[in-house]
Design a protein around this ligand. Structure first.
Ligand code: SAM
Ligand code: SF4
Length: 460
């Protein structure tokens, strides 16, 4: 059967347009705009901790991130710990924690203290932390290991110096060769070492992408998240100015290169995450933690939660965040209850992004209603060969992986639109001038700090 995707660009346009419309509808900023109380705890859920500080802000990134300032970050971590305790007092029980950003490792001793608190409150299995290559020093690796981090995700994007330079990351986070050396040194210290890569940068040739893939194989990295370059409206101008114009027509060819280049040593864990084949006792968590947990709680400024079919957001203002938490209030400021159909679509999208949707999961959550309500989506995806209905689950085909990659990118772009709208209210905070003293990251990662951070003991 001929592949309909590359030969039918109309199909891709239609899919993206439909997804954009549907996501926009579901994610529309019609939050109730009222301060929300912490909802009742569900049976099981995951904890996401957002740390929005970065030493250098990348032009393509539309996540909630702000310029790092040590004193602000210190106060922020203190507020985080208070917020985490609120969920404990409310009866929540978490088994996994994911710390993302921004750059969670900007203040390693504060991160360690926060993770020690989380691990003392709940029986945590997986501790995932995001970081940047300049933090992969022996000292930092020691701190993270001592704190019980068993999955470390490092933002690499590319090993190509020309690309790193134009995105400002070579100067801030190291050259391709430095990154390779640091990753080699970090390997084996964590149960899972993940690297984040991006494909389809405007000036990225297919040969450059092939060299990136070869570097990953040579380093024998455990897991790779290979994102398509997403152009949220807020970052579009900056991307065009600094990196050039993104060509969506190349996306399919680049994605095929990723798929064929990663296999067979790596197998997909989601439509854009690849895990190295090897003996593993349990499935590893992936960057898109929302795939593996129905419900999750996000703490920190600008964090989303999904609980019992409702989406929540905490305040994007770091000032308001500190004030709310300081006064003993939860930081949840927005809430939107999804309709039953929106919930089904969310589960369909997110579940299949993780490659399979078990019938038992669907039946338990929605019963037979799922099949007739979702009939158009189910039929369309099956018809174009994106999904396969096996005896126990709906599964994605390779063709489906490309569709889901596109749809997930649309989903995240829509989330970015929401972030942009929220960040508009805090323009004064985001534009505050930066003191010269904070431009020197090694001050934080120097040996003195390392020793103080190492004073924290393991909790298990
Ligand atoms: C938000 S960052 C946080 C962790 C860390 N600061 C870093 O740079 O990796 C996590 C990852 O998101 C991905 N990312 C950010 N903006 C993106 C975009 N516009 N398109 C695709 N991926 C993006 C990058 O691969 C990045 O490594
Ligand atoms: S990609 Fe990472 S380091 Fe760059 S701005 Fe985004 S969160 Fe910060």
């Amino acid at each position: 059967m001929p592949d309909p995707l590359p030969s039918a660009p109309g199909f891709e346009r239609a899919l993206v347009a439909t997804m954009r419309r549907e996501c926009a509808r579901a994610m529309r900023c019609d939050f109730t705009q009222r301060e929300a109380a912490i909802p009742r705890p569900p049976a099981g859920c995951q904890l996401y901790v957002h740390v929005p500080f970065c030493e250098s802000l990348c032009p393509f990134c539309s996540f909630h991130r702000v310029q790092f300032r040590p004193e602000k970050a210190q106060a922020y971590f203190e507020a985080l710990r208070r917020e985490i305790r609120m969920y404990y007092d409310r009866g929540y029980c978490f088994t996994d924690v994911y710390v993302g950003g921004g750059t969670p490792t900007v203040l390693p001793y504060e991160l360690a203290k926060t993770l020690r608190l989380v691990r003392s409150l709940w029986p945590i299995r997986w501790v995932s932390v995001e970081t940047n290559p300049n933090h992969l020093t022996p000292a930092a690796i020691g701190i993270l290991e001592d704190t019980g981090v068993n999955r470390l995700s490092v933002g690499v994007q590319s090993f190509d110096d020309a690309l790193l330079k134009e995105m400002g990351r070579q100067q801030a986070y190291g050259s391709g060769e430095q990154i390779r050396q640091r990753l080699a040194a970090a390997r084996g210290h964590f149960q899972t070492l993940n690297v984040d890569m991006i494909f389809n940068f405007p000036n990225q040739s297919i040969e450059s992408l092939q060299r990136d893939i070869a570097a990953i194989h040579a380093l024998e990295i455990d897991q790779v998240s290979f994102y398509p370059l997403m152009t949220a409206a807020s970052a579009e101008r900056c991307i065009r100015k600094r990196l050039g114009s993104v060509d969506p027509a190349r996306r399919y060819a680049y994605y095929q290169q990723v798929l064929s280049g990663m296999r067979p040593a790596y197998q997909p864990s989601s439509a854009w995450c690849f895990s190295r084949i090897g003996p593993r006792e349990t499935p590893r968590p992936i960057d898109e933690y929302i795939v593996q947990s129905g419900d999750y709680v996000g703490v920190g400024s600008g964090a989303f939660s999904y609980l019992g079919g409702a989406l929540y957001s905490t305040t994007f203002s770091l000032r308001q965040y500190r004030e709310l938490i300081g006064a003993g209030h939860p930081a949840l400021t927005q809430c939107k209850v999804l309709t039953r159909r929106q919930r089904m679509r969310y589960d369909f999208l997110v579940g299949l992004f993780g490659l399979s949707l078990p019938y038992t999961y669907i039946e338990a959550k929605y019963g037979a209603e799922f099949w007739w309500r979702m009939a158009p989506e189910l039929a369309a995806m099956r018809l174009i060969g994106a999904t396969r209905h096996d005896a126990d689950a709906i599964r994605l085909t390779d063709r489906g992986m490309y569709c889901w990659m596109l749809m997930m990118a649309e989903f995240f772009t829509e989330v970015d639109r929401l972030r942009t709208a929220m960040r508009l209210h805090i323009r004064d905070e985001l534009q505050a001038p930066l003191p010269q003293s904070v431009r020197e990251p090694t001050a934080v990662w120097g040996p003195g700090r390392f020793h103080s951070a190492r004073l924290f003991h393991r909790t298990s």
